[in-house]
Design a protein around this ligand. Structure first.
Ligand SMILES: Cc1cc2nc3c(=O)[nH]c(=O)nc-3n(C[C@H](O)[C@H](O)[C@H](O)COP(=O)(O)OP(=O)(O)OC[C@H]3O[C@@H](n4cnc5c(N)ncnc54)[C@H](O)[C@@H]3O)c2cc1C
Length: 260
């Protein structure tokens, strides 16, 4: 556990941003990751009074505040209806209900963890990240950026008619994933993301072809790099990726759905 000299509940994003420019400061999400660190901090900045814990939906998009809990994501009716239950599937094995009540979207996305189910899922949905200073950028670009001292304010997911499916494999139910696979289909294109390779998720696209799903899935899987770690070998991950991509293709079915 770390200790902080000072605790500030920010009254505005500008105040939080200004305080966060000091290297010794730290922004607090749900603290589930942070609490495992031992480095003491100067100022701990709490964003919980800024009204960023909800999910807003209109005709064109979902806007998810950085303090929204993973549990809220998991249970949000609109998100799960629109994306065929993908959020329930991608969150349900993350530790346990109490943990997901506390861990936030901001901490999960800003962390850009290799094992992240959330990052993998957001990639296939072509989500965008709203940074306080950096503006709105695609999640795939954000995942490759260096860590800086900006604030992740929201995640935006457009209602662009894509269909998505998600699956992961774990050595035990609530462990980190051994592999995390997301797939979306839109207008004749597959959008595939694989995380826990063990590196963080990357996005690969390919046209939907007449080939059997088994062949298309293997071709997609072969475009990712996989490595060994204590949870599994690179070869095993590649093998699993081919199987899971095929299953996700079958789940998404034959038809493109232009809009809902
Ligand atoms: C034991 C354990 C198991 C886990 N298993 C999984 C798993 O299986 N799958 C999975 O996807 N995830 C997993 N996670 C990650 C977890 O879901 C959260 O992503 C993680 O705890 C970070 O979220 P948090 O809200 O707790 O962030 P915090 O711990 O509070 O913060 C994490 C980092 O993000 C920064 N930060 C927080 N909010 C913002 C913001 N708005 N803007 C900028 N920076 C910010 C913090 O300063 C800190 O550097 C696991 C975590 C733990 C501790």
């Amino acid at each position: 556990m770390f200790r902080a000299k000072e605790y500030v509940r920010a009254k505005s994003l500008q105040e939080a941003y200004d305080l966060n420019q000091k290297r010794s400061s730290v922004l607090l999400g749900g603290m589930m990751w942070l609490k495992m660190g031992r480095n003491d901090k100067g100022t701990a900045i709490d964003l919980s009074e800024l009204g960023l814990d909800g999910i807003e939906e209109d005709e064109t998009e979902f806007r998810i505040g950085c303090m929204c809990s993973l549990r809220r994501l998991e249970q949000h009716e609109g998100l799960n209806r629109y994306f065929g239950g993908v959020w329930k599937e991608c969150t349900r094995f993350i530790v346990g209900t109490q943990f997901r009540n506390t861990a936030t979207v901001g901490g999960s996305v800003f962390g850009r963890y290799g094992f992240s189910d959330i990052l993998t899922c957001l990639m296939v949905l072509d989500a965008q990240v709203e940074l306080y200073q950096g503006g709105i950028i695609p999640i795939a670009a954000f995942a490759g950026m260096k860590y800086d001292r900006d604030i992740l304010v929201r995640v935006i997911i457009r209602k662009d008619g894509r269909r998505a499916a998600y699956t992961s494999q774990r050595r035990s139910k609530t462990d980190f994933p051994l592999i995390a696979c997301g797939l979306a289909r839109k207008e004749g294109i597959w959008y595939a993301a694989i995380g826990a390779r063990p590196e963080k998720a990357v996005l690969v696209t390919a046209p939907v072809t007449e080939e059997p799903f088994e062949v298309q899935a293997k071709e997609l899987a072969d475009r990712f790099c996989f490595r060994d770690n204590l949870r599994g070998s690179g070869d095993y991950r590649r093998h699993l990726a081919g199987i899971y991509m095929r299953r996700l293709m079958e789940q998404l079915g034959e038809e493109d759905l232009e809009c809902r």
